[in-house]
Design a binder for this molecule. Structure first.
Ligand SMILES: Cc1cc2nc3c(=O)[nH]c(=O)nc-3n(C[C@H](O)[C@H](O)[C@H](O)COP(=O)(O)OP(=O)(O)OC[C@H]3O[C@@H](n4cnc5c(N)ncnc54)[C@H](O)[C@@H]3O)c2cc1C
Length: 445
């Protein structure tokens, strides 16, 4: 059972009575009925890529892990309705490929897409690299099939874009991290495939300049801008150190970098002209120091690899304290300056690995040990570091759980920071849907 009990980042290992691997919705329902009858907690698991200890059991050894991996059929693709119906255990990459085979786009993109599942994406309401244009996973779903905590099957797999016939039960299960029921299938929205996809890398002086570039690009390219990522110099220095084979198309000497991705419905030439005009104006305005536009798919992939390998580079460098936060984009530059200064005051010399989906106001605001202090010693001060960061996030009216969810890792923090009335409402919903607390206990609420 080992692979099902340890989390992706190998920070925790739980215990389970068994790992159960059903292959149909009916089998999931029978298992949950039995668990309900004998009061056995159930931990649903997709690809087990959760970064918040959401998909592994606790140490009690009383729960079962219910893996959805064998519910992996693409049930149907309806190109005219621009929808596809897929089972929860489908790997995200396979869902994207099935959409492409029907000449459509399923736009959810995460660095974990070769391992994570659509059921996990829905349950975590995953974000990723194209939220700016297409929204979070919630926005990409029209209907669900769910096994309730009592083992009943509820289905809204009708592919409707309008349906006000009940409370929005679908939206209750999306983002619930398996605490209210088990998603077994979903109807997903598909989009026309862009004619051209263009990636650029820009070097900048400050996060504020990145915001100016974001605003400029949105006003010139509007709907075509699908991704806008920020990467600090130190984040990319780590990538350079641990992945020296990767090519940097710009000198690694500037304080900040922005990755821009445009998806154009006309042509390569149209996208290139738009992007070059925007970047040219930004350079003239002093917002951008230097920029390069990828001229081939290989170059574009190369730029994305720099961004997608930051987490792996950090892991090679040693343990660090991670924060997945969101702040209104207009306040992000202020947040970074203020919180960096506070952290230096409390933990002199700590190194900031700041990067993320700037276009959605979502930062991965990670803190590494100062030079000369071991990672283990620094991790011992995690609660103090979190306090400084999370207090600052709340002063900036942000969120401490942007796209990775709450899981077991942030449950207590959420209780401390969210308004009491919100926690009470969440507990009321949990109590109504899962009165015996058997669905992924110890997570979220
Ligand atoms: C390298 C890397 C990069 C990542 N990048 C991103 C990113 O850019 N954006 C982002 O949002 N996340 C990212 N993540 C986090 C993670 O990949 C996502 O949260 C993903 O959506 C989880 O999918 P999964 O199938 O692995 O779910 P799991 O990890 O197995 O489960 C996640 C949660 O959902 C529950 N769950 C799983 N399946 C079901 C189901 N069928 N029904 C009910 N509950 C279920 C689990 O109990 C758990 O609480 C990244 C992770 C890694 C390792």
């Amino acid at each position: 059972m080992a692979g099902f009990l340890t989390d992706w980042r190998q920070r925790a290992t739980g215990k389970a009575l068994a790992v159960v691997r059903p292959s149909t919705t009916e089998e999931v329902a029978s298992i949950v009925k039995l668990c309900h009858k004998f009061s056995v907690p159930v931990v649903p698991q997709g690809g087990n890529t959760s970064l918040v200890l959401g998909s592994i059991p606790d140490n009690s050894g009383k729960a079962i892990v219910l893996s959805l991996a064998r519910l992996n059929k693409i049930r149907s693709v309806d190109a005219l309705n621009n929808t596809m119906t897929v089972e929860a255990g489908c790997i995200l990459k396979n869902v994207q490929d099935a959409a492409a085979d029907a000449d459509r786009l399923f736009p959810l993109h995460l660095a974990s897409e070769s391992s994570c599942t659509i059921g996990g994406n829905l349950s975590a309401n995953a974000g990723g690299e194209a939220v700016l244009r297409y929204g979070n996973t919630r926005e990409l779903c029209l209907g669900l099939e769910v096994v309730t905590a009592q083992g009943d099957i509820w289905s809204s797999l009708r592919g409707l874009r309008k349906d006000n016939s009940s409370y929005d039960l679908r939206d209750l299960f999306i983002g619930a991290e398996g605490t209210l029921g088990i998603i077994t299938a979903a109807v997903l929205k598909l989009f026309p495939r862009p004619k051209a996809t263009l990636t650029a890398l820009a070097a900048l002086n400050t996060p504020h300049d990145a915001l100016l570039l974001l605003a400029r690009t949105l006003s010139h390219c509007n709907g075509a801008l699908t991704g806008f990522e920020l990467m600090s110099n130190y984040s990319l220095q780590l990538v350079h150190k641990h992945f020296p084979q990767l090519h940097f198309p710009l000198p690694l000497e500037h304080p900040q970098y922005a990755l821009l991705e445009l998806s154009d419905s006309e042509s390569d030439q149209h996208a290139t002209a738009l992007l070059e005009k925007t970047l040219g104006e930004a350079i003239e305005a002093g917002e951008v120091i230097d920029a390069t536009v990828a001229t081939s798919i290989a170059q574009s992939k190369g730029i994305w690899q720099l961004r997608e390998n930051i987490s792996a580079a950090q892991a090679h460098e040693g343990k660090n304290i991670k924060h997945d936060i969101s702040i209104m984009p207009s306040r992000i530059a202020d947040f970074i300056a203020t919180t960096d200064a506070l952290l230096q005051q409390h933990f002199p010399g700590c190194r900031m690995v700041t990067f993320g989906h700037l276009g959605d106001g979502n930062l991965h605001y990670n803190v590494s040990a100062p030079e000369g202090i071991s990672a283990d010693e620094f991790i011992g001060r995690q609660a103090e570091v979190n306090r400084v960061v999370y207090d600052s996030v709340y002063r900036f009216q942000g969120s401490i759980a942007a796209e990775h969810g709450v899981g077991a890792m942030k449950r207590d923090e959420i209780r401390a920071y969210q308004p009491a009335v919100e926690i009470r409402l969440m507990q009321t919903i949990k109590q109504a849907l899962d009165p015996d607390n058997l669905m992924n206990p110890g997570k979220v609420v």
